[in-house]
Ligand binder design. Structure first.
Ligand code: HEM
Length: 148
């Protein structure tokens, strides 16, 4: 749930890989002519209150408790790995790596923010580009907790 929520708010590739329509098509009442360049804005989909409710901007992993929303490309409200034939071929490796690193970081260390900073004071702004890195480095203090 934490990984899903992180990728919802901070997708790695915010516009996916550009597509081009092969024929005229009407989507939700909008005509998309043949040969139109299409960018899928996963960043704005992840923050759309019509999909995620009014708390869309908040980091709330528990929003996924009851739902069956999966991030493998079949539930189009959450497609951080894209979808279809050009979807990310490294998805399984990516998910395993993220879960492994995250669980190790949490298992092995206690974490504090510097200078008594509170979580809601963290600067979570991003630099928009092909991918979506943090605008400023994350500073956090680890204390190893497995000494015994
Ligand atoms: C958390 C990790 C990762 C995320 C969030 C991610 C996300 C994405 C996204 C959004 C796309 C575009 C898909 C689309 O437009 O439908 C993509 C494409 C791609 N990814 Fe990943 N990726 C991750 C890890 C990896 C890894 C580990 C590899 C390789 C080992 C990889 C290799 C690729 C390649 C080759 C493409 C281009 C596929 C194509 O154009 O047909 N990715 N990825």
């Amino acid at each position: 749930m934490v990984v899903k929520e992180s990728l919802r708010l901070h997708p790695v590739a915010l516009f996916l890989i550009p597509r081009e329509s092969m024929e005229d098509v009407v989507v939700d009442g909008y005509l998309i002519p043949k040969n139109t360049r299409i960018l899928v804005n996963t960043w704005s989909m992840g923050r759309n209150p019509n999909i995620w409710s009014e708390n869309a901007e908040e980091f709330l992993p528990e929003r996924f408790i009851d739902g069956n929303i999966d991030l493998r490309g079949q539930h189009f409200e959450l497609i951080p790995f894209g979808s279809g034939r050009r979807g990310c071929p490294g998805m399984q490796l990516g998910l395993i790596t993220v879960r492994l690193v995250l669980s190790q970081l949490i298992h092995c260390f206690d974490w504090e923010l510097p200078d008594g900073m509170l979580p809601h004071e963290l600067d979570m702004s991003e630099t928009f580009g092909l991918s979506l890195p943090r605008a400023n480095h994350l500073l956090a203090k680890p204390t190893y907790r497995l000494l015994e």
